[in-house]
Design a binder for this molecule. Structure first.
Ligand code: NAP
Length: 289
């Protein structure tokens, strides 16, 4: 019988996860044993998902916006780090029940490394304070950043993220309360967009911050991967910044989830990346046009 791995979230129409996971399963010759499919669920159906997993009807799950924290009401965090970060994107079954962990941090770290970005000693601005921002901040702290500044629409979420950072490290974490235009980019080394601004759909023409020619010293990272070249990244490229788009993180967090479910290290990352880039190119979103 084919084992079902599901992607749970809302909305899911633009997700590339089914494509990249099924590409990997096919490349590994496992496409008859496993299938990865989107499953749109309402909040009140999350408990049923966990029941389906514990009773063997669903083998594994990815969880995406807006349930990455909510799901922790229904599953145990896999370890102390997950409990602290409180953001889960991968569910799997253990002898003691269904547990949740996040592979976003591992994906982000690998994407930085493969783009030759070493955040050690950097002053980093985080735009957003949701699940992805929490995973990103935890990784940046572990990689030796010097300072973090958080800018978010909802102050309470920024405060909660700072609290999480303080429980991991004593590196200074500031909260920016200025309007976007008031942020001083000259004192920063890196910006990471952890909001959906710039994403295909009604946010496509948005950017969380504007980059000008004075900002060429910055490394600009966008977690949004569809389009690959968001408004933010296009401005950063014109300004002469080093940029990292969201495709590397997407592929590497997916590969890490597959390592957990399949208990195998040999995940065909380059096949997954090629399928993703082909699809984004074919759908005309490569350049954000
Ligand atoms: P989330 O937990 O829902 O958090 C969303 C964050 O974005 C919050 O800080 C939210 O602010 C802010 N936000 C939402 N809409 C906004 C708007 N219109 N204007 C300004 N800020 C807004 O989502 P997430 O899981 O952190 O994901 C955030 C983004 O990262 C998404 O675009 C997602 O696709 C992307 N992502 C990419 C990867 C990858 O592999 N490349 C992995 C994970 C996530 P409030 O606190 O005010 O609500």
């Amino acid at each position: 019988m084919t084992r079902r791995i599901v992607l749970v979230g809302y909305p899911l129409e633009h997700s590339m996860s089914p494509l990249i996971h099924n590409t990997a399963l096919r490349a590994m010759g496992l496409h008859r044993e496993y299938i990865y499919e989107p499953l749109t669920l309402r909040r009140e159906e999350l408990a049923g998902l966990v029941r389906d997993m514990s009773e063997g009807r669903i083998y594994g799950a990815n969880v995406t916006m807006p349930y990455k924290t909510e799901i922790l009401r229904h599953v145990h965090p896999a370890d102390e780090h997950t409990a602290l970060v409180r953001s889960v994107n991968t569910l799997y079954c253990t002898a003691t029940g269904v547990v949740g962990t996040s592979t976003d941090g591992a994906g982000f770290r690998t994407a930085l490394i493969e783009n030759d970005v070493n955040p050690q000693g950097m002053n980093v601005l985080i735009l957003g304070a949701g699940g992805a921002a929490r995973a990103v901040v935890a990784v940046l702290l572990s990689m030796g950043v010097e300072q973090i500044v958080i800018h978010n629409r909802t102050m309470q979420h920024a405060l909660e993220l700072r609290e999480m950072a303080h429980s991991i490290s004593d590196i200074p974490v500031e909260i920016s309360t200025t309007h976007e235009a008031g942020l001083h980019l000259s004192s920063l080394d890196m910006i990471v967009n952890c909001t959906p601004q710039g994403m295909t759909g009604n946010m496509k023409n948005m950017t969380p911050i504007h980059i000008s020619r004075d900002d060429a010293h910055l490394v600009v990272v966008d977690l949004v991967y569809n389009p690959i070249r968001t408004v933010l990244l296009r401005e950063a490229i014109i300004a002469g910044c080093k940029v990292v788009d969201g495709t590397g993180m997407l592929v590497h967090q997916a590969a890490e989830s597959l390592r957990i479910w399949l208990q195998r290290e040999d995940i065909p990352v380059e096949s997954m990346r090629a399928a993703l880039l082909r699809e984004l190119d074919a759908s005309g979103v490569c350049t954000g046009s």
